[in-house]
Design a protein around this ligand. Sequence first.
Ligand code: NAD
Ligand code: MG
Length: 311
Amino acid sequence: MDNNSQGTSPDAARLTAQLAADDPTTRHPKVSPPEQDQPEPGLDVKTEPVPDIGLESYVGLGRLRGRKALVTGGDSGIGAAVAIAFAREGADVAIAYLPAEEEDARRVVTAIEEAGRTAVALPGDLMDRDYRAGVVDAAAAELGGLDILVNNAGKQVINETLEELSDEQIDETFQINIKSMFTLSRAALRHMGPGSTIVNTTSVQAYEPNPMILDYAATKAAINNFTKGLAQQVASRGIRVNAVAPGPVWTVLQVSEGQPKGKLPVFGHNTPLGRAGQPVEMAPAYVFLASGESSYISGDTLNANGGTPTP
Ligand code: NAD
Ligand code: MG
């Protein structure tokens, strides 16, 4: 082989172009969102710029063929990207979300169906005890079983000081972010056998709490701990439990009181990669942990945070 011609061959040129396209600092645009506001829970479709949930970009490889998954908070942001990726990997997918998010949910249902898979929509409020108690069984009934649960619904609302943080907000944040994981995981385990997986959404906030989201950050630390504990409990049954810890990801969560308005234009710019992540960039981590490819990984947290060091 002539080394001199290697650098100019079509294959080498393609590889160079592919590597340039994969540069993580530029693979997705660096967003500088304008200051904006939406009441909780907010809609992706009204967020500027609209978060990239992979509608145009995620390509599946059949890694979850025939699986049946429930994704909470599957209407928007990270959960929507996960639901779409799962469907394109061959899974039937149920999504849980608040009734006010129907417009976002419709986009995801359509994308799942366009992937040729079954979509199940389960609107309801995780603050409602009856909904919490029934949502997993409803998903399993409509999908004809359940072997993947993604606990992803979350609430994040800033408060400058502890004195401004109400008991009501503390209760809601803990109920939605972590207490529901106990209820939904317990219900899911009744349907799950060997090879099934649970993936929980935690956050970089578990290790580096932003002082304006004390309640939120505390739930995320608890989610890591819950993940490690439950993983040990169910390992001998052939069921794995893991978590994904996103860093700053551009979603409507940040717009609906998740960040001070003035911070939105520079959201995520302080990460080593210099930009916020997009929801679609989180999806492969969930696909990996949900599939048999990660068969020797349980109780772990996969950090997808733009390069921020973690413990
Ligand atoms: P998102 O607003 O798109 O998703 C959150 C979802 O939680 C909502 O769509 C909603 O369906 C659900 N939810 C909230 N309250 C609920 C309730 N009372 N009942 C039922 N469902 C409810 O925002 P996202 O950023 O994609 O958030 C998804 C997960 O990712 C959350 O757990 C969040 O904490 C976590 N996370 C986000 C970031 C980020 O920067 N965006 C970083 C780390 C972790
Ligand atoms: Mg939503």
